[in-house]
Design a protein around this ligand. Structure first.
Ligand code: COA
Ligand code: MG
Length: 290
């Protein structure tokens, strides 16, 4: 999942456009982009959309962002969409292991009731939207087999912190958000799930988006959230591994395969150990299924 495009669940036009955007995943949004009085209709719309397109060939992965547990809306969200068998749920305002475990239980119950294979529905958690969440970013490891990725958010966090801004005049994230970004990256890596960079809201600024995406890739993120179809091609390009990276990863995998049981190998005068192998395997898996 290089690009994950948010699409408001109450917009048929955007849902249709999302399908042909080239995004690796759509996040059908029931949360922040839908007004409170529109939630009920948006749920119905999301369920109808998913029911049809989940069966389409060559479709992007289809996720649904539900409302946070604290709103009291999340159970109704799940009840509305689960019968349409989404690939996964995006959980906003996650606060570590306990929140993921809570969602895992709800998904398990829904899957059982609906005859869906246990574990079918994956989870991507937004791990930095509250101050409390920052202290729990390191607790996701082992929380649920469903957990596929962690991402982070600066908008809700700045509201929780009572901050005046989250970026400086040049568009760079200020300290609290740079810290949240690192916690997401480290938390996801520790939990062995994908670290996914946050949205770039200035959607007409291609240059700024590219720079932020390249910085994210440099630091270890494997994908980025999008809010507009025009952002998808740039994000996909930045997060597609280069032919050199693929060749290097393949060489590491081949070297370990040629020395079964080895903990360490040398290629071209450089040492590679097991963590390098794990990293190489992950990269090759991402190439096969972005
Ligand atoms: N998904 C799918 N299609 C989208 C889209 C999205 N996220 N954002 C825009 N589009 C479509 C528009 O409907 C429009 O379609 P058209 O050419 O058929 O008229 C086209 O892309 C161009 O859109 P544009 O006019 O540039 O933007 P806009 O003013 O219509 O929309 C936003 C701007 C920000 C409202 C819109 O991009 C959006 O809704 N983004 C998602 C917001 C969201 O989900 N936020 C929650 C997560 S932070
Ligand atoms: Mg939000």
């Amino acid at each position: 999942m290089r690009s994950l495009l948010f699409v408001p669940a109450d917009s048929d036009k955007k849902l249709a456009k999302g399908l042909t955007s080239g995004a690796d995943a759509l996040i059908v949004d029931l949360e922040d982009s839908v007004a409170p009085e529109g939630k009920a209709a948006a749920r119905v719309n999301a369920a109808e959309f998913l029911k049809v397109y989940i069966k389409a060939p060559d479709r992007p992965r289809l996720f649904v962002r539900i409302n946070a547990f604290a709103t009291g809306l999340s159970d109704e969200d799940l009840d509305a969409v689960m019968a349409s068998r989404p690939d996964g749920i995006v959980l906003p305002k996650a606060e570590g292991e306990a929140t993921v475990t809570r969602l895992d239980k709800r998904l398990m119950a829904n899957e059982k009731k609906l005859g869906i294979a246990q574990g079918h529905t994956k989870i991507v958690a937004i791990a930095t939207e509250t101050a409390a969440a920052l202290f729990r970013a390191g607790t996701y490891k082992g929380s649920s087999e469903r957990l596929a990725g962690l991402t982070w958010g600066a908008e809700d966090l700045s509201a929780d912190l009572g901050a005046e801004a989250n970026r400086d005049a040049d568009g760079n994230f200020l300290d609290p958000y740079r810290f949240a970004r690192v916690l997401c990256l480290a938390g996801a890596t520790a939990a062995q799930v994908r670290p996914i960079d946050t949205v770039y809201v200035d959607f007409k600024n291609d240059k700024g988006l590219r720079r932020e995406a390249e910085e994210a890739r440099r630091d270890g993120f494997t994908g980025k959230l999008a809010i507009h179809p025009a952002q998808v091609a740039i994000i996909n390009e930045v997060f597609t591994p280069s032919s050199e990276q693929i060749a290097k990863a393949q060489a590491i995998v081949d070297a370990f395969a040629a020395s079964p049981g080895a903990g360490v190998v040398g290629i071209g005068g450089v040492m590679y150990d097991r963590p390098h192998l794990a990293r190489a395997e992950k990269l090759l898996a991402r190439v096969k299924k972005p």
